[in-house]
Design a protein around this ligand. Sequence first.
Ligand code: MTE
Ligand code: MO
Length: 260
Amino acid sequence: MKLSLWHKDNAQAVVAEAQDLIGRRLPLASRRRFLARGLTLGGLCLLGGCRIDDNATAEAALQRISRINDWAQGRLFDPALLAPTYPDSMIARPFPFNAFYGEDEVPRIDGGAFRLEVSGRVSRKQPWALDELRALPQSTQVTRHICVEGWSAIGKWGGPRLGDFLRAVGADLDARYVGVHCADDYYTSIDMATALHPQTLIALDWDDRPLPPKYGFPMKLRIPTKLGYKNPKHVRAIFVSNTFNRGYWEDQGYNWFGGS
Ligand SMILES: Nc1nc2c(c(=O)[nH]1)N[C@H]1C(S)=C(S)[C@@H](COP(=O)(O)O)O[C@H]1N2
Ligand SMILES: [Mo]
């Protein structure tokens, strides 16, 4: 768990940026405690794509640190603190594309036939059409997306707040997790506090237009307090649960909390 594990030239920049994000949100004292114990650096090393040698012991140690991070980050999450926002002039156009496959394999979804499935600890399980999602109060944000692969970009997303949607379906807001399944077999889950954060959106728009396919049509979760891999595109189902279900990258070793 040393700095020497960082092998990417840009790892330091990513870490600095992510720490900056975390730094804004953690009281200085707890930030210092974090840094002193190396927990944040450990977690960020994991997030930053540093090479973990094939040694099973190192892997297990990293997994343990990641779990401590999940616990600590969850406890330190402050639902009142907002991710930084930017002027429209800073929006990246074109915005970078990323997925676990190439741009030519982006799922093409029929918006008219699309129905968002809702399950788990909710009282209303009827599927939602896109125009029903658009009938909820909409909000927009210009925020920075940070990908652990070493890039970040500012984008503009619009749509209903996930919190408003969860209230509309009568979700158990005391449940621990909100999980999603995507049309491309991607999946992830987030803590309920983040799901209810005012900047956590069901994004239907990018740059004031319906999300283009490559950015997740017909809907993605835009969560500016979390790293890129916790911003699922092509969401087709949302479930509320007390059972832990990690995520596509999280199952391959990325930190589950993945944010600040
Ligand atoms: N469905 C789905 N969502 C996904 C991914 C994916 O492969 N499939 N990749 C994640 C990662 S790692 C990143 S950085 C962002 C990229 O989003 P963008 O194409 O809008 O830049 O999507 C995230 N959400
Ligand atoms: Mo990413």
